[in-house]
Design a protein around this ligand. Structure first.
Ligand code: XMP
Length: 533
């Protein structure tokens, strides 16, 4: 398998994704990993990009043993600069930072070892650049294998060792031939292409069993979304009825959601679920709060409080059952305590929430990552942490989850609280629930549901004047969002037919008291995000 050393670029995980797409297993470890401390031998090593400059104080340094390991190495952006730094090259802060599209000219050196990286490429290849520094002097024994008018060392290769560096970000989809480059590197490494989601299940089930141990129990936070359902099914496969799902009704769910989730888990997934109605507690803690990050934190923290209380309750119940079984002399398997909390966190949740000194500034603290209590007793277990949404859907299908569940649009942990732009109250929740139900119902009726990645209504805090039944109204505005995306990191808006929109607007204003205007959100991400908060 391939070792990816992460120097903190927001694109690092896309490298793992590109490798998985090519059916190659890979593991990503922090850039400080010592090669001598690995208990497996990688077949190739990829060095990621980084927000640092190699000249920054405290800039991360690669273990020089990487270059002595006798396996192919590919450095991307900062990774290339690390290669240069270790081989007598020179990196300069570039006077013009370079972001965006560029076209590289492939340089054939005539040395087959060096030319293998671009062996299947045309002479010009569009790529995505995003860097400040760049190489100003070639390292010893390296040659140029691609250049652009502004980057004379856009890609380099060692003359006698399989060490390659590229200045551009081959891992992003904006480098349309990035997959071919990774494929060529994988050929150079000679790795078998036999990894698939089936192998992911096997590995993850084994990993969960080892992590949880033979007796401990796991509680699962279930939201009804595809992520937590897939995580629950995987956990059930790994540890059977030592897994128990809990769905917390936090008062900001969609209309009828708690009931639907209960049915779905029991009927389709065979997983035990308890629904806890904690809506009063959540709504009282949210009273008067407008700030989105504070809403997320309150919901995240309250969620853990409710969970821990529920875990204690379930544990007590289990102890009583055990004592009863002992008393009656019947055979029973002793079961352990609830030690773990399962969350269906995906990679984009992680990348946009982490703000350690480095790359991805905190965009939003998604609650299943950022809002956890520091003194939480349950240990987190997040088996989907490395996956993207479309990979999770594939995993769900393989685990036997019905297509209509796997295809559900995602729903955020903080729920309608981040779709109500002002303070959250029961009456605001009711207005939004009613409008949202009509919107989704019409989308399904119109046959658009599967063409859209995520659709929802947002309740705006402004009031506008209207006239309904000859009377003046002074009511709120509903905004409708429909995003199309594959990885939720970037998105475009869905273009509905006008007659569909006109009917929808009529229905919402006629049926939902408190709304007299409907507007359509036509913003992409970036510059907007998918949710409004
Ligand atoms: P944004 O708004 O960041 O949304 O473009 C990207 C995806 O993440 C979901 N999202 C969340 N999910 N907790 C979650 O579990 C959150 O706090 C949260 N905020 C956004 C959003 O619905 C979209 O699918």
């Amino acid at each position: 398998s391939i070792l990816i050393l992460d120097f903190g670029s927001q694109y690092s995980h896309l490298i793992t994704r590109r490798c998985r797409e090519l059916n190659v297993y890979c593991e990503m470890l922090p850039c400080t990993q010592k090669i001598s401390e690995l208990d497996w031998k990688p077949s190739g090593i990829i060095l990621s990009g980084s927000p640092y400059s190699v000249y920054d104080e405290g800039a991360p340094r690669v273990d020089p043993a990487v270059f002595e390991a006798g396996v192919p190495v590919l450095g991307i952006c900062y990774g290339l600069q690390e290669i240069a730094w270790n081989h007598g090259g020179k990196v300069d802060p570039h006077d013009r930072r370079e972001y965006g599209k560029a076209v590289i000219d492939v340089v054939k050196t005539g040395n087959t070892r060096m030319d293998r990286l671009f062996k299947d490429e045309p002479s010009q290849v569009p790529v995505w650049m995003s860097h400040g520094d760049q190489l100003s002097k070639l390292p010893d024994n390296f040659k140029v294998i691609a250049r652009t008018p502004t980057a004379p060392f856009a890609a380099i290769a060692h003359e006698t060792k399989d060490i390659f560096g590229v200045q551009f970000h081959a891992e992003v989809t904006h480098s349309p031939r990035g997959k071919e480059l990774f494929s060529a590197f994988i050929d150079i490494c000679g790795v078998r292409r036999d990894w698939n989601m089936g192998t992911f299940i096997e590995k993850e089930v084994a990993r969960i069993r080892e992590f949880v141990g033979p007796t401990a129990r796991v509680l699962g936070a279930i939201s009804g979304g595809v992520d937590s359902s897939v995580a629950a099914k995987l956990m059930h496969q790994a540890i059977g009825d030592r897994f128990h799902a809990v769905m917390v009704d936090n008062g900001v769910l969609r209309a009828g959601e708690a009931k639907q989730v209960d049915e779905m888990l029991n009927k389709h997934l065979g997983v035990n679920v308890t629904i806890v109605d904690a809506s009063d507690l959540f709504l009282s803690r949210l009273e008067g709060v407008e700030d989105p990050e504070q809403k997320r934190k309150i919901i995240g923290n309250t969620f853990i409080n409710v969970f821990e209380a529920e875990a204690a309750k379930l544990e007590k119940q289990a102890e009583e059952e055990e004592a009863e079984a002992k008393g009656s002399g019947s055979q029973h398997e002793p079961k352990g305590k609830y030690e773990f909390l399962l969350q269906g966190t995906l990679y984009p949740d992680v990348i946009e929430s982490i703000s350690f000194k480095g790359p991805s500034a905190t965009i939003k603290t998604h609650h299943n990552v950022g809002g956890l209590l520091a003194d939480m007793k349950l240990k987190l277990i997040e088996p989907l942490r490395e996956l993207f949404k479309d990979e999770v859907r594939e995993l769900g299908k393989l685990l036997g989850i019905p297509a209509h569940l796997v295809g559900r649009h995602p729903f955020p942990g903080p729920g309608l609280a981040i779709r109500i732009l002002g303070p959250v109250t029961r009456s605001q929740v009711a207005i939004l629930q009613a409008a949202d139900s009509i919107y989704i119902e019409e989308i399904r009726k119109g046959g658009f549901y599967d063409q859209i990645s995520q659709a929802f209504a947002v309740l705006l805090p402004v009031r506008a004047v209207g006239v309904q039944g000859d009377k003046r109204t002074y009511d709120q505005v509903i905004a409708l969002r429909a995003a199309q995306t594959t990885d939720f990191m970037t998105a475009t808006w869905f273009n509905f037919p006008h007659d569909f929109l006109s009917n929808l607007s009529n229905r919402i204003t006629n049926e939902v008291t408190g709304i007299n205007r409907v507007v359509m959100d036509i913003s992409s991400k970036p510059p907007a995000t998918i949710e409004w908060l």
